[in-house]
Design a protein around this ligand. Sequence first.
Ligand code: F6P
Length: 328
Amino acid sequence: MSAKKVNKIAVLTSGGDAPGMNAAIRAVVRTSIYHGLEVFGVARGYSGMIDDDIVPMDSKSVGNIIQRGGTILKTARCMEFFEPAGRKIAYENLSKRGINGIVVIGGDGSFKGAQKFSNEFDIPCIGIPGTIDKDIAGSDFTIGFDTAVNTAVEAIDKIRDTADAHDRLFVVEVMGRDAGYIALHSGIATGAENILIPESKTDMEAMIASLTEKGKRKKLVNLVVVAEGDEYGGGNKVGAILKERLPDADIRVCILGHIQRGGSPSCLDRLIASRMGYHAVECLINGDFNVMVGIEDNKMKLTPLDLAIKAKQNISEEWLKIVKILAS
Ligand code: F6P
């Protein structure tokens, strides 16, 4: 890796958007300007690098965005960037502007692209974990998770009201194709009876037995929170099984979907995004290359990108036990 000083950087958001990405862009741009670096915004993730959609940014261009969901740079999942030919075009577009450092705000797929790119070309990349799924090792937080969970909690509380009014059992599906964190946190916070997540096996028979017993006790509300990527294939499939096996229960399914990805970021997401964005630029200046900036135990933690890609966050058994005990 080159020892050349980084003086022109590009920032992009990639993969699924997450509330707080704008706060991170703002922090990257303003910290760069503070240090006298030139900074460019790349539109639509790696697609903009390939399509040459790269514009200079200044302090004003990131004004009035800290409170906004989505991403002003837009985002995409770009398959072309996973081909050597696509990465070569991207590199040419960066190098004709003299860009010699990149900050990628996204999830593990986006970091994989960054890792490949910086291995092939002499250009350092810093990753900022931005995904509502919180499925990246090396950070207690990912940008967007807190907002998404709070959105899910607000929605499930509302579902509880109507479930209570009708004595119904609700199956609520939350996002998380490969990760159960949104389901786990929102399920615990809303007092769900069962939480189904991809990381742990569900004993369907035990769940049906416990719901039958709760039905007999005339428990007022029964909520089952399911991550979209659980082993049964999400809320509709779980709902169909329960309808068949519990014919006397009045069952409804609600899929929360993309509302979890939008909205104004929570205070926590704005804070961690600001902190990570600031540190990402500091890393490029200090020569800490090809790392992800994370936060663990309230301290900044740098994880080599290749480790951040490989390792997953573990779901604590303690939480799963708490779910069982508190939902009785
Ligand atoms: O990666 C975040 C995420 O929201 C997942 O939880 C979800 O499965 C996926 O993105 C949905 O992606 P898309 O918006 O492309 O359907």
